[in-house]
Design a protein around this ligand. Structure first.
Ligand SMILES: Nc1ncnc2c1ncn2[C@@H]1O[C@H](COP(=O)(O)OP(=O)(O)OP(=O)(O)O)[C@@H](O)[C@H]1O
Ligand SMILES: [Mg+2]
Length: 278
């Protein structure tokens, strides 16, 4: 005889693991404009990120990756479909609850200049991430030094301004700022694409280390499949706003099922053998 709870276990993968995925996107459509001017950017997108997992999102320029990132942090409205964060449907949330959601999901953008205020010291920026209501760099000194240490920057960085740092160092600061909020989900949107190859590898290794150490849950966006492979467990391939393939990163890299994915792999700098560890 099958009991009710047994049947629930069989029906739902969520029941089997006990916790809902940290991020669940179902049949998501996102567009801009209205009426005849409506332009669909994302169509029927499904994606899931479980706690502690890193899922890579790849696709060529214009495929809709940043649009998805912006939708997840509430900067773009959902046309249809559903986004759940920690099991909560974002679309059905009150305005106040959505405000809290902004802290639960943190975006590390491609260009850290856009997220770092030029007139604030790094210490002030980190203090605000730590506690927006009582953002005082002196008060949060220890925490600020803690987060600078996590991204391998000296404590005196707290007194300096964004323009005093290199691109790679600024990206470290942007990572520290996002993590200091203690988000449940981190979205990294092309965090290495503006950097030279050596700095790129340093930032990727840093993210991989932090991921291990802090158990981060991450959606890692890049047009470069080799970069995505370096940090992801699973990968989703986006083509013109729709998912063409998703699955285990090594499987997709070694045996891509969709011609578009094959093309993406072939276009990786240095060819498919390109290795960031080298
Ligand atoms: N606000 C907007 N108004 C009109 N079109 C937009 C808007 N935002 C994005 N788009 C269009 O949607 C498509 C997807 O853009 P998006 O920035 O999400 O792509 P992407 O995959 O992040 O590209 P890239 O790799 O270059 O960063 C593009 O064709 C872009 O021109
Ligand atoms: Mg983009």
């Amino acid at each position: 005889m099958t009991t009710r709870s047994q049947r629930a276990d069989e029906d739902s993968p969520t029941e089997q693991t006990g916790t809902p995925p940290m991020l669940s996107i179902e049949k998501l459509a996102v567009g801009v404009g209205i009426g005849a001017r409506y332009l669909q950017i994302l169509d029927n997108v499904d994606l899931e990120v479980r706690q502690g997992q890193t899922v890579g999102l790849v696709g060529e320029s214009g495929s809709g990756k940043s649009t998805l990132a912006k939708t997840l942090v509430g900067e773009m409205p959902i046309t249809s479909g559903r986004i759940r964060i920690g099991g909560t449907d974002v679309g059905s949330m009150s305005r106040a609850a959505r405000g809290g959601m902004r802290r639960r999901v943190q975006l590390i953008p491609q260009d850290p200049y856009s997220s770092l205020s030029p007139r604030r010291t790094i210490g002030q920026t980190l203090a605000e991430a730590i506690d927006p209501r009582r953002a005082d760099a002196r008060r949060h000194r220890e925490d600020i030094h803690h987060w600078l240490g996590k991204v391998s920057l000296e404590t005196d960085a707290a007194e300096r301004y964004p323009h005093e740092f290199s691109g790679g160092q600024r990206q470290r600061i942007a990572i520290a700022r996002a993590l200091a909020v203690k988000p449940e989900l981190v979205i990294a949107d092309e965090v290495t694409s503006a950097l030279d190859l050596t700095t790129q590898a340093e930032i990727l290794n840093l993210l991989a280390d932090l991921r291990e150490e802090l158990g981060l849950t991450m959606l890692f966006i890049s047009h470069n499949l080799a970069v995505v492979r370096h940090v992801s467990d699973q990968v989703t391939v986006l083509f013109r706003g729709s998912v063409v393939e998703s699955g285990d990163v090594d499987r997709i890299y070694d045996a891509p099922g969709h011609p578009y994915t094959q093309q993406l792999i072939a276009s990786v700098p240095g060819g498919p053998a390109f290795n960031l560890d080298a």
